[in-house]
Design a protein around this ligand. Structure first.
Ligand code: SF4
Ligand code: SF4
Length: 415
């Protein structure tokens, strides 16, 4: 059950310093690209920020605030990108994002989950994918002659996004094949990873689905789950341990596997056709939010001393280097960096598209503006939802390239 009281310490410790809204001062190069919270930058009020949301959580805990007057729209316009959380943690030991999640659970319990998110949840329940497409078509894009290895203890989890972007799943298959990795697909046993449920505060439904997925991995004898979707990856690592025992299961993103294969000399690449200057966008769920969640149950003593010691997720152990290693391995590709990168990357805004489309479109355009300012001819990333946002038409349009697809196209071997 939602328990806002678990985050009372965070609510009471916020000193309104504002660090959750800005990149670290030492990295600031001026006002432009200094904001790390797109919600605050767009809406311009403190309520629309990590600082504001934990204040709202406190008001709810104290019984001073009700939903039903737009509060829920504000709460779900936030894409839960976690930049506020890791930036606050650069100066304090607090749980800003987990407080936002608890507030969402509170909102769901109060019956105010916004309608578009209800529809997505109903799709997941009825069809096991976010789009409401027939479950039987989850792998409809597989070539008829495709054969996996039924004895493998590694699964490739393609995610719901394979309905819309089968090229990413096919590219992941080509990379694994070329590298000699034995794997299997779970076919009709693969269901949504559950990110759209737990990240929106739908605890009960999330728990049921996540436990079911973990049981399925074990039933298939899986020890390693590889996914080409950043959202699934962040969900497995940062979400699953909140709801299920994942002991003995290893989760990897395809870029980690590909970087390993490249450094081991197992992938042979051909040259590109034209030189290309690209920038890399760190997806939130592959970067700062992909650190493993370690449950903690203890006592918070004076001065914030957590006993027993707590494992803090500060964002520095996300998957940042491997995608860049892959880009550096592609001859003719030049990598340039945006000001806001690694754990301080600006979110693409995709998660806000259903609830606050104007803000979501602005955020994607702002990220593309930053890419252009870095001198990039194209923006590269490896999350299907970032592809939805950054690859869309609109202000500052820029070619978007998926890293998994880009790498697969450069493979010499035919898989
Ligand atoms: S950085 Fe942390 S302490 Fe400072 S205003 Fe934001 S939430 Fe509060
Ligand atoms: S999660 Fe992201 S958008 Fe939401 S308040 Fe924090 S920094 Fe802003």
């Amino acid at each position: 059950m939602a328990n806002l009281a678990d985050f009372k310490y965070t609510m009471e410790s916020c000193n309104h310093c504002g660090q959750c809204k800005w990149i670290l001062p030492a990295r600031m190069k001026g006002w432009d690209f200094a904001s790390v919270c797109p919600l605050h930058e767009f809406h311009g009020f403190d309520a629309y920020s990590g600082q504001g949301l934990i204040q709202i959580a406190k008001e709810r805990l104290d019984g001073k605030l009700e939903y039903g007057d737009g509060l829920e729209t504000l709460l779900y316009a936030c894409p839960a990108c976690g930049a506020c959380d890791i930036n606050c943690k650069s100066v304090r030991d607090m749980e800003v994002l987990d407080t936002i999640y608890a507030l969402r659970e509170d909102c769901v319990e109060a019956g105010y989950l916004p309608e578009p998110l209800r529809r997505t949840a109903a799709n997941v329940e009825e069809t096991h994918n976010i789009y409401g497409k027939p479950h039987s078509e989850r792998f409809a894009w597989l070539p008829p002659d495709f054969r996996d290895d039924p004895e493998a203890d590694t699964a490739l989890f393609v995610g719901c996004s394979a309905y819309r972007y089968p090229d990413i799943a096919l590219a992941a298959i080509r990379i694994l094949r070329a590298g000699g990795v034995k794997f299997k697909l779970l076919r009709e046993d693969e269901w949504c990873c559950g990110a759209p449920l737990w990240r929106t505060g739908q605890r009960e439904a999330a728990e049921k689905l996540i436990r079911r997925n973990v049981d399925t991995f074990r039933r298939h004898g899986i020890q390693t789950v590889i996914t080409a979707c950043a959202e699934c990856f962040g969900s497995f690592r940062g979400g699953y341990p909140r709801y299920a025992d994942t002991e003995g299961l290893e989760f990897k993103h395809i870029t980690q596997v590909a970087a390993e294969l490249l450094s081991g000399g197992k992938l042979r690449l051909r040259k590109g056709d034209e030189p290309l200057r690209v920038t890399y966008h760190d997806p939130c769920m592959l970067g700062r939010l992909s650190e493993k969640y370690v449950p903690w149950d203890g006592e918070i003593r004076p001065y914030g001393l957590h006993v027993p010691e707590k494992v803090w997720r500060r964002g520095e152990h996300g998957v940042y280097e491997e995608p860049r290693e892959i880009l550096r391995a592609l001859e003719g590709v030049e990598l340039c960096e945006m000001t806001r990168n690694l754990e301080e990357a600006l979110c693409c805004g995709a998660a806000a598209r259903d609830v606050d489309p104007e803000f979501a479109a602005w955020t994607a355009a702002e990220r593309r503006r930053e890419a252009k300012a870095a001198g990039a001819q194209a923006i590269v990333s490896c999350c299907p939802f970032c592809r939805d946002a950054l690859g869309s038409d609109g202000e500052n349009a820029l070619p978007y390239l998926d890293l998994t697809v880009l790498l697969a196209e450069r493979l010499k071997e035919e898989a």
